[in-house]
Design a protein around this ligand. Structure first.
Ligand SMILES: Cc1cc2nc3c(=O)[nH]c(=O)nc-3n(C[C@H](O)[C@H](O)[C@H](O)COP(=O)(O)O)c2cc1C
Length: 171
């Protein structure tokens, strides 16, 4: 943080933590091994052409592992997948994150996590370095919402002030 800023990094984190986000697991393949990490910075970018993006840290081991394949899949977590959110956010990058996790390859080969409320499968279009993060821009190849729906409707997982919760419609 620059010396001239009127706030420190703790204040930055605290204030930005007041912006609620959805929770995703972004997956990819490192050769034949599935890799993935918990990502809240996922965003829709463009409808035509269809593009989305997310921001991994520049020192992320998981991004380094999946980047060579040039593909990724965004899995939007449901409120029943709190355990996956924390499991894929632990800082030891290795394939054990996928132990016990049901998944299948998407159209580009990146893992689709079973029972996610939506998945968006992408080819990497561009990667921009922005401070201590990259912005990874992906061109959407295929996507689906609520494919595993059991008739109860999709229930996304939300992240707010360091905690996880569900969504309740108010209007
Ligand atoms: C709810 C939530 C959202 C997160 N969003 C991001 C994000 O957008 N970008 C990022 O780099 N890390 C994010 N993280 C942290 C990563 O999941 C964590 O640093 C993970 O260890 C990264 O994997 P790696 O250490 O294998 O690179 C998030 C963690 C949580 C719990």
């Amino acid at each position: 943080m620059s010396d001239s800023a009127a706030f420190d990094s703790k204040q930055f984190r605290t204030v930005l933590g007041h912006f609620p986000t959805g929770v995703t697991i972004v997956t990819g393949m490192e050769d034949d091994t599935p890799v993935g990490f918990t990502i809240g910075s996922f965003t829709s970018v463009s409808l035509d052409p269809p593009m989305v993006g997310f921001l991994p840290q520049t020192n992320s081991a998981t991004w380094a592992a999946m980047a060579p394949a040039g593909r990724f899949c965004v899995n939007v977590l449901s409120r029943d997948q709190v355990d996956l959110c924390w499991k894929f956010a632990k800082s030891d990058h290795d394939s054990s994150r996928f132990d016990g996790v049901a998944w299948r390859p998407g159209p580009t080969g990146s893992p689709i996590v079973e029972r996610a409320v939506a998945w968006i499968d992408c080819e990497v279009e561009d990667v921009y370095e922005m401070g201590d993060h990259y912005f990874v821009l992906g061109r959407v190849v295929a996507l689906e919402a609520d494919a595993n729906n059991d008739g109860d409707g999709p229930h996304p997982l939300l992240f707010f002030k360091g905690t996880l919760g569900g969504f309740a419609a108010e209007g």
